[in-house]
Design a protein around this ligand. Sequence first.
Ligand SMILES: C[S@@+](CC[C@H](N)C(=O)[O-])C[C@H]1O[C@@H](n2cnc3c(N)ncnc32)[C@H](O)[C@@H]1O
Length: 425
Amino acid sequence: MGQFPAGSRMNQESLWHFDGDSGTQIRKLTPKRPQSDKAGLADIFPYYAGFSFEWAKGQLRLEGFDENAVVLDPWNGSGTTTLAARVNDLKSVGVDLNPIANIVAYLRLQDADHMEPCAAPTARSARASQHEPLLAWFSSRTAGRFRQWSRSLSKQPHSTSSLGYVALFRVTRSLTKGFEGSNPTWVRRASNSEDVVDVASRDLDDLIVQEQRHVKDRVSEESHPGCPASIIRASSACLPMAEESVDFILSSPPYLTRIDYAVAYSRELAILGVDISKDRSLRSSLMGTTLIRRRRDVIRQEGYGPKASQLVENISKHDSKASSGYYLKQAKQYLDDLTLSFDELTRVSKRHALMTLVVQDSYYKEVPIRLAEICVEEAERRGWSFIDWDQAEVTRLLTQVNTAARAYPKGKVAETVVTLRRKRS
Ligand SMILES: C[S@@+](CC[C@H](N)C(=O)[O-])C[C@H]1O[C@@H](n2cnc3c(N)ncnc32)[C@H](O)[C@@H]1O
């Protein structure tokens, strides 16, 4: 596991707390989300999560924020933080660049009474246009029918369309299971016309109507009236928020693990009409992307702190192929995004605001990437004080699914929860 910056404490005691009712020491909730977790509607769509709903709720209760407090998750994903804030009666803002994440996050906040499952669109005979992105997995009639559904949902009020889209995502996932490999973030495309999934329009309609009902039932089981939450599509490096408006940041940043999450959600993006094989804008804008942006898009001029600079140097000196080329560029691009995001997080935070981040370390070849330490250092450089941390060992690494990556010796990898406070001056 990584060392932590001087002055920090290996906070073992804080991993346990005394339960007055049972009279025993019990392990505090960890951020890790149980695989079959349903709490907070985690089951309605399998979006990769930084932490569990129960843990997020607990974090928001620790400080005893007042009723005007604003919580921000700048990498909100499917909205664990925004829902946990709602349950705790706190206002919140959830920012994410991935429109799929935003739709799920928005749906999790809705009142089931205000959403109506949509009936099947009336036009039945549907053939997809030749540019239809869903043709990567579906026959022309099935892709065309999905497109009719998607168009008709886009005209509905937001709560109804989010229900419909999540139903479309669920049906798409279940029909295309066979295209998923051992690496959950890699999705194969159909190799020939025999390989595509073909479902008659009427059967597809039944599946979608059924899924809308199921999701609506789940939302009504867990409806949480409470404070307003905004779900915003934006970059963490350019937040559409006022200065000093946030009391608590609770988040989990994208990691430097070379996992392409736009590819992981390529089928759902295709439902929205986005073809990531042709339109590279979403892929290249995400933090941690494996695409290298054009040079003139790189805007960061100043250097990073010593830990991030050391990482850049370690990668550039590695003797494997492309370490001083492509991989160096990719790491710098990630660190540019991360540090620009820390500028923004600092700008929008009130003096004395708190920030709790769940951060996973990783490896480049055998070079450790101590991302938690880098985040703490970059926050400290911007006027935050480090106040606490907890660590847990990560047992299954997505990057280890890649057999080439397994060739290099690696130590244990930690998932760290770090908490910082913005200084008053
Ligand atoms: C680790 S996930 C967060 C998971 C979330 N905390 C949850 O528990 O559901 C990171 C998220 O960051 C988003 N993301 C990547 N780059 C971004 C950027 N520049 N600005 C905002 N969001 C970004 C990804 O789309 C992804 O949803």
